[in-house]
Design a protein around this ligand. Structure first.
Ligand code: PGA
Length: 267
């Protein structure tokens, strides 16, 4: 069976653009932002569009995007189903609410001490309830400068997916940590090379078909000005967008350009 994110006629992966709002927007601001985006966003075809607002705004955003083509994602989850874990949000709570969940973002690894092991547990927990994980991996500046990018992303991928047989609709976001929120994006070529390496690793860990169908995004200072460079790359299937997803016109333009470039590549 061909996966539903693969364009059946052309055997091409359908691109995905996800907006990670991080710890921004009150509920009121979230509603305003979605309302400003929807008229432009809803009609854009052949791109999966995912908004990841803070937990407290998920319900409000869900109501606004009902009956539109826009999908919803959370920014994290805890791996236990329920219990005495004050302040945490479980996979079961999210399963009814959204389709996607970001896991292993570098900010969580850095500020909240997430390890390869916790990321692995979170991926398992998400898959168990049918959520689609957006697994984030990427090297830090010093690792990049020491020529360790390939090793770091390979290790992160292996530990995140360790012991998991069925990846379901998992998406990988390659996000070099030095590019996140810095205004210093990687180049199209750099990110294409690393995405290619990640795809190769997926083929080694699973098989060629799973690797060929896997959507790999780029993330790190993506804007309406540079998105074209990334989505024109053969190994890159979209973007995880932080700062620019908080501006309605920027985000709509990023999705629109992705649709146009991918449409052109199909011809
Ligand atoms: P940025 O964030 O686009 O603001 O660099 C990307 C991310 O952290 O997912």
């Amino acid at each position: 069976m061909i996966n539903d994110w693969v364009d059946k006629e052309n055997r091409m992966r359908i691109p995905l653009i996800a907006g990670n709002w991080k710890m921004n927007t009150t509920i009121g601001e979230a509603k305003q932002l979605v309302s400003a985006m929807l008229p432009g966003l809803d009609g854009i075809k052949n791109v999966d569009k995912v908004l990841c607002p803070p937990f407290v705004s998920l319900m409000a955003v869900k109501e606004l995007i009902q009956r539109t083509s826009v999908q919803l994602g959370a920014q994290d989850l805890y791996f236990e189903e329920k219990g005495a874990y004050t302040g945490e949000i479980s996979p079961l709570m999210l399963a009814d609410l959204c389709e996607f969940v970001i896991i292993g973002h570098s900010e969580r690894r850095q500020y909240f001490h997430e390890t390869g092991e916790t990321v692995n547990k979170k991926i398992r927990a998400a898959l168990k309830v049918g959520l689609k994980p957006i697994l984030c991996i990427g090297e830090r500046l010093e690792e990049n400068e020491a020529g360790k990018t390939a090793q770091v992303v390979t290790d992160q991928l292996q530990s995140a997916l360790s012991g998991i047989d069925n990846l379901n609709s998992l998406v990988i976001a390659y996000e070099p940590v030095w590019a996140i929120g810095t205004g210093r994006a990687a180049t199209g070529q750099q990110s294409n090379e690393t995405a290619g390496l990640i795809r190769h690793n997926v083929a080694q860990l699973y098989n060629r078909k799973i690797a060929d169908d896997m959507r790999i995004l780029y993330g790190g200072s993506v804007t309406a000005e540079n998105i074209a460079e990334f989505v024109a790359q053969p190994e890159i299937d979209g973007a995880l967008v932080g700062g620019a997803s908080l501006k309605a016109s920027q985000f709509v333009s990023i999705v629109q350009q992705t649709a146009e470039i991918r449409g052109r590549l199909l011809k």
